[in-house]
Design a protein around this ligand. Sequence first.
Ligand code: NAD
Ligand code: UGA
Length: 472
Amino acid sequence: MSEEVKTICCIGAGHVGGPTMAVIADKCKHLKVIVVDLNKDKIDSWNNKDLTKLPVYEPGLKDLILRCRGENLFFSTKIQQSIAESDMVFICVNTPTKMSGLGAGEASDLNYIENSARSIAEFATGNTIVVEKSTIPVKTAEVIKTILTSSQRDLEKKPTKSFTVLSSPEFLAEGTAIDDLINPSRVLIGGESTFAINALVNIYKNWVSEEKIIKTNIWSSELSKLTANAFLAQRVSSINSISALCEKTGADISEVSTAVGMDYRIGRHFLKSGPGFGGSCFKKDILNLVYICKLYDLNEVGNYWNEVLKINKWQQNRLTNIIVKKLFGTITNKKIGILGFAFKANTNDTRESPAINICSNLLLEGSKLAIYDPKVNFQDICDVLKDANNKVDNKFKIEERVCMASSSKELASGADAIIILTEWEEFKKIEWSKISKLMRKPSWIFDCRDIIDINNFKESDLNIWKLGFGSN
Ligand code: NAD
Ligand code: UGA
């Protein structure tokens, strides 16, 4: 078998598949890279001439697409043909939490992984290296291998194809995906076949230095991904738990974070308190970890990680309660402005955004909301809030209580309070003295992302509350 890979196919043109393959295509001009998806609209958007219509917003992505699309990077719905012509197939499909049946609410739904494996089993030709990029429970490679090899077992004649499975989880974060892919802290490759591992190493070696490429056994690789996300989320919950204590004691969470993080053994990253972690992965990956622990009778370990999720939800509910209490205990029919709906800055992604839970809580308390986010569109916001509202008894028409503002000024007009939920750069430049004039008095600003310098408000008629700030 030759180690030279000429064509790569990626199943799944989502937040990981699209950017990852764009970087591979840009760095490996000798490769043909095809990204396939079942979703035709998504593929059409990836192929749209207007680069503002790409389905994923990531700084730097447009330039890559402009350089590579149609040259050595292709987006297609032709799954059969693309798999057939590829030497290596990446599986980059979604692995959401199972919503029903065995393990509902915790286990990963491996349906999309299984379907991808079945497509590869059916359409691949010759020797194919299959790379798990999706985040999956430890031992999933076993499932993929079984599907791939059993597809050959039924053949009366000799098997016509062979497969090698590798695990190479993706560690990119949204909003910094391109930078993370170009300068990864590490690339992890787990597997048994030296030939297949080398083939993948040879791709990454085009731009990643070899000492950053870690080779492990396949189970270590799968488990490392879940563990990394659990550790990151745990740091956010840890600092958020301390933010509440700061508010009670007069300490300042940003000072505590700096002091704690300067210990090199702890490190300064991921110690920013906020409205809780969001994003498509932390919650689902920890739920999955908890489920796996229970499967292996490690209930104490599962319970330990579950606490990270409990603190996260508690932080969001705690914030809502503070807001209601500061506004005289009632927010019925009051207009509240929400600055930022994305789960973090520099992304249009709202999946598991803390804004969903906080806005839903405020709506249940009777408020009206005006929302401004530079990248998230109104339909997405309505859809996720409707979804959340469907899960509670007190149902109402979201569109009647929620409106989109096109600027912070429009949002402020007549509002009793403004809540900063996403740390968008433009929010740091807001001229609050102008905003104050537009709001109903007494007016409140709740800064949940530490973007306001409270010293600038000494003379202001705005009431400022800052998360984790003991002198509130
Ligand atoms: P996504 O939902 O944005 O994209 C997944 C895509 O796969 C969808 O477009 C879907 O239509 C497609 N798909 C599903 N089944 C298919 C099939 N059988 N054939 C063809 N296409 C199919 O998901 P994502 O955010 O890109 O995440 C993908 C995986 O990567 C997940 O396991 C996730 O945990 C992991 N991950 C995500 C991130 C992130 O920042 N979003 C980072 C690292 C790892
Ligand atoms: C996270 C990980 O950082 C990636 O390494 C991983 O690949 C990815 O999940 C995944 O598997 O999906 P992402 O969710 O895109 O990436 O974004 P993060 O930057 O990790 O932020 C997650 C959440 O934590 C955000 O809501 C963010 O606001 C919050 N956060 C992060 C804090 O509240 N404080 C911090 O100090 C850091």
